[in-house]
Design a protein. Structure first.
Length: 136
């Protein structure tokens, strides 16, 4: 399964869970979009931190722009996700693609998704903690 397909599956799982728990009135497609975009944003920040740890070079373009830089990058990720998942109700097709999976496949994919979520958030905090605060 490719990276994009993994994000589609994660989007599908968040969307179906949100739909089941709160219904369609809660806009589950946008909640799933926010969840996947947040994880993509944490991955991007983690990559920048790891790059700095390895090379000693700091890529702080968002920092130079202030808070606006982070908001801008986050908005770009959201926009990209909207085109990939929400536009023209593309998320409806994910149900056809992933809805027929076996229980074993669903359990396996769920474990991978859970691992991804936990490691994405944990690695961000771990690498930031490792990074020398004096260099900031």
């Amino acid at each position: 399964m490719g990276v994009l397909n993994c994000y589609r599956y994660l989007f599908y799982r968040i969307y179906t869970w949100n739909s089941r728990v709160w219904g369609s009135e809660d806009f589950p497609q946008y909640n799933a979009l926010l969840g996947v975009s947040f994880l993509a944003f944490t991955n991007l920040i983690t990559i920048l931190v790891v790059f700095e740890l390895i090379t000693g070079l700091r890529l702080d373009m968002p920092n130079r722009l202030g808070d606006f830089g982070y908001v801008f990058v986050g908005a770009l990720i959201l926009l990209f996700g909207w085109f990939l998942f929400v536009k023209d109700k593309r998320y409806k097709r994910f149900g056809k693609k992933f809805g027929e999976e076996s229980k074993a496949s669903r359990k396996s994919r769920f474990v991978w998704c859970l691992l991804y979520v936990i490691l994405s958030i944990a690695s961000l905090f771990i690498f930031i903690a490792i990074l020398d605060p004096a260099s900031r």
